[in-house]
Design a protein. Structure first.
Length: 202
């Protein structure tokens, strides 16, 4: 797999209002049942995403090791699920919706994350803070669906491909920010901050 080519496979969009919504949309060359299983089965999630525990059913709760937790708000196998995405103290409103649409033997995957973001955080990082993280998640799913191994997270940003992927994702979210009305100065500043966070110089 050409990891850098994965960047061009996703469409990124920002809706910048009182609540911010970042959307990623891409096609996977796998049947919808396989993609659904990869996104909902704890054994498979552990292999490409992270360990997930809890009552993984409608109305149940979940916890991602070292990350967010929340409630399963909607579940319509194998097409759509919605979860609350709560991280840290006083997280405010935050929901993630994943939709899968069959396209023959392939699947159109869409992830939509809507959240209330503190103004000081948004001014510093813009949509890339969330967007780059989800880009890395979608890369992990792509690798998993093709049978490839997940890169080592702690050192991925130190590899040539990893650094190029992260910086390319940060720039792509800068373009989404610009398309949603971000000024050139805002875009330049937030892209620089996000790039430094996800891919600090060694």
């Amino acid at each position: 797999m050409d990891i850098l080519d994965e960047l061009t496979r996703a469409h990124r969009e920002l809706v910048d209002g009182k609540r911010k919504t970042v959307t990623l949309r891409r096609r996977y060359d796998a049947e919808v049942e396989d993609v659904w299983d990869a996104c909902t089965d704890p054994d498979r999630l552990r292999r490409w995403f992270a360990p997930v525990s809890g009552e993984l059913r409608l109305g149940g709760t979940y916890r991602i090791e070292g990350n967010a937790g929340g409630e399963i708000l909607h579940c319509e196998p194998p097409r759509r699920f919605t979860i609350s995405w709560l991280f840290g103290e006083n997280p405010g409103f935050s929901e993630v919706e994943v939709s899968l649409t069959p396209e023959g033997d392939a699947t159109l995957f869409e992830l939509r994350h809507t959240a209330e973001v503190p103004e000081e955080f948004w001014s510093q990082f813009g949509p890339g803070a969330t967007g780059v993280g989800w880009d890395l998640v979608l890369l992990g799913l792509a690798l998993h669906l093709t049978g490839a191994e997940k890169p080592e997270e702690s050192t991925f940003h130190l590899t040539d491909d990893g650094r190029a992927y992260i910086l390319g994702s940060s720039q792509a979210w800068g373009e989404a920010h610009r398309a949603a009305g971000g000024t050139p100065a805002e875009v330049e500043s937030t892209v620089a901050a996000v790039s430094s966070f996800y891919a600090p110089q060694p």
